[in-house]
Design a protein around this ligand. Structure first.
Ligand SMILES: O=C(O)c1ccccc1NCC(=O)[C@H](O)[C@H](O)COP(=O)(O)O
Length: 205
């Protein structure tokens, strides 16, 4: 099971994610309490090293701005978390993760036709477009057009529900932000618990 820890805003959190065995970390470059500058993301990315992939999260950002941030921060993926068109995604300089809300007005068939390496299904937006900490009804993912090999499950995951999520959905990866935080900051114990349980759950199959 692949794990993405999103909303990294400190060197401590970045190193906990790496040491716990996360496969990807996410930096938010959109309106959010977790937004960080590109130059700081570069420093975090360098500190983490090449084995953990870096994902930049954007919401309806201009393509030129994204390209610049990808270069500055040394990103491996861009996560398009807004209303970006398929044509827009094709202009991205690195592989794309396209985020859709579980209550999006389009079908799973259309979502998985979007030109992205991975499709992240998240809960509907709250204060910001992501990071709501809310779950949704996972049973909707049993739709035959959901390609589990390209699915990243997000939205309200936490150390207590991750084993059930992994066993029942079996996505390509799971993504988390609020569920490994205490008082709005990443929590070392929760990060380790989450990654261990996400990766351990597959061995119970
Ligand atoms: O996390 C944010 O603050 C955020 C803000 C704006 C757009 C996207 C954002 N996060 C994207 C993610 O990939 C989160 O991990 C995802 O929404 C799940 O968040 P959570 O429910 O808190 O685990």
């Amino acid at each position: 099971m692949n794990v993405k820890i999103c909303g990294i805003t400190s060197f401590e959190a970045a190193s906990w994610a790496r040491e716990a065995g996360a496969d990807m970390i996410g930096f938010v470059f959109a309106e959010s309490s977790r937004r960080i500058p590109a130059e700081f993301a570069r420093q975090l990315a360098e500190a983490v090293g090449p084995n953990v992939k870096k994902v930049g999260v954007f919401v309806n950002e201009e393509a030129d701005v994204i390209r610049e941030i990808v270069k500055t921060a040394g990103l491996d993926y861009v996560q398009l978390h807004g209303d970006e068109s398929p044509e827009f995604a094709k202009k991205m300089p690195v592989p794309v993760i396209k985020a859709f809300s579980s209550k999006e007005g389009i079908t799973f068939k259309e979502m998985f036709r979007y030109p992205a390496d991975y499709v992240l299904i998240d809960s509907p937006p709250a204060q910001f477009r992501g990071g709501s900490g809310k779950t949704f009804d996972w049973s909707i993912l049993e739709d035959p057009y959901v390609d589990k090999n390209r699915l990243i499950l997000a939205g309200g995951l936490n150390p207590d529900n991750i084993e059930e999520a992994v066993r029942s959905i079996q996505p390509y990866a799971v993504d988390i932000s609020s569920g490994v935080e205490t008082d709005g900051k990443k929590d070392e114990v929760k990060v380790f618990q989450f990654v261990q349980r996400a990766k351990g759950a597959v061995n119970f199959e």
